[in-house]
Design a protein around this ligand. Structure first.
Ligand code: SF4
Length: 435
């Protein structure tokens, strides 16, 4: 039997999709090449933005003929939208076999067996409930989920409602999964969580200890983490980032706004000054650090003065790139009922001004890299990511999954062009691990 996983939204959604596929793979499902040969589909939804939710819902609609063609096929809808509007999905799309909300992922294998029994007359009860490791995550990079949920209450965000409070995966489980992904061929690990750096366990270990432990795993060439919260960028974590050769000199640290008034209204628990002070400290500890961020423009009540503060902050932060979004209200969040929405045309205009600044900064950063040496982790024959997370294309093909030293020769609008210095002919577990 064949399985297709379709994920919408963030890396957490992709990682959840891989995790939900695992019990099916343990029960003998292989990867489908597309819908045509799939006996089961896991559609992992996202609800952080209306756009992502709409795309997922229309995909469910498009799966109706696939399901009708062979009613025994299994359609599982999972993730954040399934949590938020699961009952509505069941009613609107009655051909969906199983709706599993994001909060139910731990209970999912047991629920799955009931669905398998219905769809495929599945009677086995000897399959492992939750295979321990992500052996299927071959390829250059692998995601390892270290925590789920969020204890914060950012006023624009639906995540705490759909994912629930923070749950930390045990230290040994995370390391076992990371080790299994490395054994399966991964060279770069991305530790994932909604506020990944709030991870801790009952024995006093915190996220910096996890980073150090991952650094010591045999075969890891590079590690990153997504998405850290500025509040938990502690001196101890910064020290670990500086000490561990495998930690990439790149950090994506969501800022959301440069206006303290807006940060307070968003309940972000930091100020623009404290954010910049922390990142400046980190820059002194991690040479060449590339910093990227997220911005929301047009949050309710945002004035021109607030927006200008964001522009100034974006300049002062010297971000290599930033993901900029127009605020869109999510039903069920505190900000959705705020009385002073920003006009859509004003949002559009602010977004364009911010993007102009962010893109100019990115081009400057790319230009400054011409002539420098980078290390590219190849995701396919010619394309990969440098340690600074810029995409790079090599002038000649190499071996996917290997690290290649290269000299930057030019750029496109968003990526580097590079000349390979040392094309590895074998996996890089044997290559020196400095990032
Ligand atoms: S920290 Fe804020 S933005 Fe991030 S998941 Fe939690 S509530 Fe949402």
């Amino acid at each position: 039997m064949k399985l297709l996983v379709i994920s919408f939204g963030c890396q957490m959604s992709t990682a959840d999709g891989a995790e939900m596929a695992r019990p099916l793979r343990a029960r003998g499902f292989e990867s489908a090449s597309g819908l045509g040969d799939a006996d089961a589909v896991i559609l992992n939804t996202c609800t952080v933005r209306q756009h992502a939710e709409d795309r997922a819902l229309s995909q469910i609609g498009r799966l109706k003929p696939w399901k009708e063609e062979r009613p025994g096929r299994l359609l599982i809808v999972a993730g954040c939208a399934a949590e938020r509007i699961g009952a509505w999905i069941e009613e609107r799309f009655p051909y969906v076999d199983l709706v599993v909300g994001a909060k139910s992922i731990e209970a999912y294998p047991a629920i799955l067996d009931q669905a398998l029994k219905r769809s495929f007359d599945w009677a086995r009860d000897d399959a492992p409930a939750w295979p321990a490791a992500a052996q299927e995550q071959a390829g250059a990079g692998a995601y390892v989920t270290v925590m789920r949920g969020c204890n914060y209450a950012c006023t624009y965000c639906i995540v705490p409602a759909v994912r629930g409070p923070e749950l930390y995966r045990p230290f040994d489980t995370v390391l076992a999964e990371a080790g299994a992904a490395l054994s399966a061929g991964a060279r770069e690990l991305t530790l994932l969580g909604q506020t990944v750096n709030s991870w801790r366990d009952g024995s006093g270990r915190d996220f910096s200890d996890l980073v150090r432990a991952v650094d010591a795993l045999p075969g890891v060439a590079r590690q990153r983490f997504m998405s850290p919260h500025p509040f938990f960028l502690t001196p101890k974590l910064m020290r670990a980032m500086a000490d561990c050769a495998t930690v990439a000199p790149h950090l994506h640290l969501p800022a959301q706004s440069g206006s303290d008034r807006m940060l307070k209204a968003m309940k972000r628990n930091y100020t623009s000054m404290s954010y910049l002070a922390k990142t400046e400290t980190l820059r002194t500890m991690v040479p060449g650090l590339a910093l990227s961020t997220d911005f929301i423009v047009g949050f309710p009540g945002e004035t021109e003065e607030d927006f200008r503060a964001t522009l100034e902050f974006a300049s002062a932060g010297d971000f290599c790139t930033a993901y900029c979004f127009k605020y869109s209200a999510r039903e069920g969040t505190a900000a959705a009922s705020a009385p002073d929405p920003v006009d859509e045309t004003v949002k559009d205009e602010r977004l364009a001004r911010l993007l102009e600044l962010v893109e100019a900064n990115m081009r400057r950063r790319l230009d400054a890299m011409v002539g420098t040496r980078v290390r590219v982790l190849l995701e396919d024959a010619t394309d990969g990511r440098t340690q600074f997370h810029f995409r790079a294309r090599l002038d000649e093909p190499g071996v996917p999954g290997t690290l290649v030293d290269a000299v930057v020769t030019g750029r496109t609008d968003t990526a580097l062009k590079a000349r390979a210095l040392s094309l590895a002919s074998r996996p890089v577990a044997v290559v020196s691990l400095s990032s």
